[in-house]
Every structure is written in C-alpha cells, then in structure tokens.
Design a protein around this ligand. Structure first.
Ligand code: AVJ
Length: 321
C-alpha cells in the first residue's frame, strides 16, 4: 500500500467471481475467456508494446486524431466539466485532454483493477496538480455512484478511448452505452474512440504482427490462469490465431491447442482436441452508420465525428438527448 493523497472510491468490484467466469467459459462447447484477463502487469506491458507496433494502427491513429482536433474538442466540451474516463487512463490521449480542457472540475477514472487504477491516477495527479483526481474502483458495465468534486461540474463528459467498446458483444456494447448515458447525466456527452471497418488484410495484420508481440499477449492469458487460478496450461501447446469474421464484423483472437490434451483449472479438468481453440477476444469494428444507430438506441445523438485521412479510426462526440 503506497502513501498518497489519492484514495479510491470502491464499489462492486468482485474478484471472487473471476474464477467462476473462467470455469464457465471453459465448460462451453466453444471455449471462451474474457479479454479482461489479458491485463495483469505483464499483459499491460505487452499491450503497450502492441500499441507501438507498425502494424497496429489504432492507438497512433486515435492519438493523431485527438491532436489534430483538440481545439475543436475543447470548445465542444466547454469549461468546468467533469471528465469521467471508463477504464484507467494513463495514455497520451488522456494527457492531451487533461492538458487542454478548460478549467476541468475533476478527472474521474473508473476501473475494476484497483492497483492499476491507483497507479495511473497518482501519476496523473502528480503531473496535473491543479486537477482534482477522483478514481473510482468499479465494474463500469454496471451503474456506479460518482464522487462529488470540490468544484461543482457544469457537465459530465464520459470518455471511452481506444475502441475498447469493440471488446463488447453488440448487446453488451449497447448496454454499456446506456450506462454511459446514465453517468453523463443531463447535458452530458460521450467522447469515444471507435475503430472502423476496413480492408481485411489491414485488420488481420494489426492482430498478427510480425514481431509476435500479439501472440505473446494472447498466450499471457494462460500464464495468468496458471498463476492466479491454479491452472496447468502448457504454453508451448497453444498457438495464437487472429482472424477477421465479416458477418459479425470482428477480429477474433483464439488460442489453438496444437494437440489433444487435458488441462486442469482449480481442480477441474478440461479436454482439448487437436485444433480446438479458446476464443480470448472479439474486437468489433463498426461503420459510422452502425455506430450511430447503436448510440441513438442508447439515447445519444452523434454530434461530431473525426477520422484520419485513410478512414481507419474515428473519435466521436455524442450528445445526451
Ligand atoms: C484494447 C480492445 C482496443 O481490440 O485492438 C490489441 C486489444 N488485442 N491487440 C483491440 C488488442 C490485440 C485492443 N483493445
């Protein structure tokens, strides 16, 4: 436990449910694990490496869009807003907003992973001493209470960068947008990064990098299950695979068993056939029209969309109706 002025407001984080979720997923006829298990310390470092890969366009493209349009974004958000980030922000994109937004009332990062959240919040609080940083430990897929900043916010801006929305199945993405609508409150808005549909080859390259970092990132989930849930996955007997599926419009990442084998997790034995896989991640891609329809169903109207010249990625400003 570190000494710090930053204290977390803790709600509905339930790590006891994690093992159950793992077991449930592995009992399915098509085995699945949730991408939230990627992000232990090693996984977070590997993801940072992914964002710097030449093939992985989303992070650098979103950052460029933010830099290019920051003055317009600042103008749309206006003064004395509370910036509520879903996921703990430590990235350059958050820093640009904290640097440029006009008299921010507070910065409220919300994340289920307490340690990661507090580390990121402390770093940003040190960097921006004039901004009140109020981290909330919560599962943001469920409604949560917002802390009361010292300065009364004029409006709430929900920030959800990185196309993390793509990790959610369409129904869950819809439900998450509805939570964001609630948290934005009256006069609030949503600023969200959304990865766009594009040529399959570009997409598949982004998730099958030549340096093999994404493969390491994917396999790290098994290492984590070994460490945290008494599993005995042999990492040499699984292979990374990422493919784009046109009809759901998503990249799927899998770990493919290279032989018939049995693996135990917390005492429960799971059988894998040769070639059988665990799906570890879905990364949905949207057209502008598809995302707009979903945002509207949640009660938002898309007010402004910024994209890069190649139309790879979008940042969208959505008003709460
Ligand atoms: C963090 C969910 C946006 O889907 O592109 C990157 C995660 N997975 N490479 C994505 C990821 C493999 C990433 N998101």
């Amino acid at each position: 436990m570190s000494h710090s002025a930053i204290e977390a407001h803790e709600q509905n984080a339930d790590s006891a449910a994690d093992l159950n979720e793992v077991l449930q997923g592995l009992r399915q006829p098509r085995k699945v694990l949730t991408p939230k298990f990627f992000y232990d310390e090693r996984g977070s470092l590997l993801f940072e490496q992914i964002t710097e890969l030449p093939e992985y366009y989303p992070t650098r493209t979103e950052l460029a869009i933010m830099r290019e349009n920051i003055h317009e974004i600042v103008g749309l958000i206006g003064p004395q807003a509370s910036l509520i980030e879903f996921g703990s922000g430590s990235s350059m994109k958050t820093r640009i907003l904290l640097e440029c937004l006009d008299h921010l009332a507070a910065y409220v990062p919300v994340d289920i992973s307490r340690d990661h959240l507090l580390a990121a919040a402390e770093a940003l609080a040190a960097e921006f001493p004039h901004i009140e940083v109020l981290p909330v430990v919560a599962d943001f897929t469920q409604p949560f209470d917002l802390p009361q900043p010292k300065v009364m916010p004029l409006r709430n801006i929900v920030y959800f960068p990185g196309s993390t929305i793509g990790n959610f199945m369409p129904d869950a993405a819809q439900a998450l947008l509805e939570v964001m609508y609630q948290e934005a409150k009256e006069d609030g808005a949503l600023l969200i990064g959304v990865d766009l549909k594009k040529d399959t080859a570009i997409l598949e390259r982004a998730y099958n990098d030549s340096a093999g970092v994404t493969a390491k990132f994917n396999l790290n989930m098994l290492r984590r299950l070994n460490n945290e849930f008494s599993a005995n996955f042999d990492l040499d007997k699984f292979e990374h695979r990422a493919i784009y599926k046109e009809s759901p419009g998503r990249i799927e990442m899998h770990l493919v068993s290279t032989s018939a084998q049995e693996v135990s997790v917390a005492g429960e034995v799971f059988h894998f056939g040769e070639g059988e896989s665990i799906r570890t991640e879905c990364s949905h891609k949207y057209t502008l029209e598809e995302f707009e329809a979903m945002a509207e169903r949640a009660g938002f109207s898309v007010n402004r969309v910024w994209t890069d010249p190649e139309g790879l990625f979008s940042v969208q400003y959505c008003l709460r109706l």
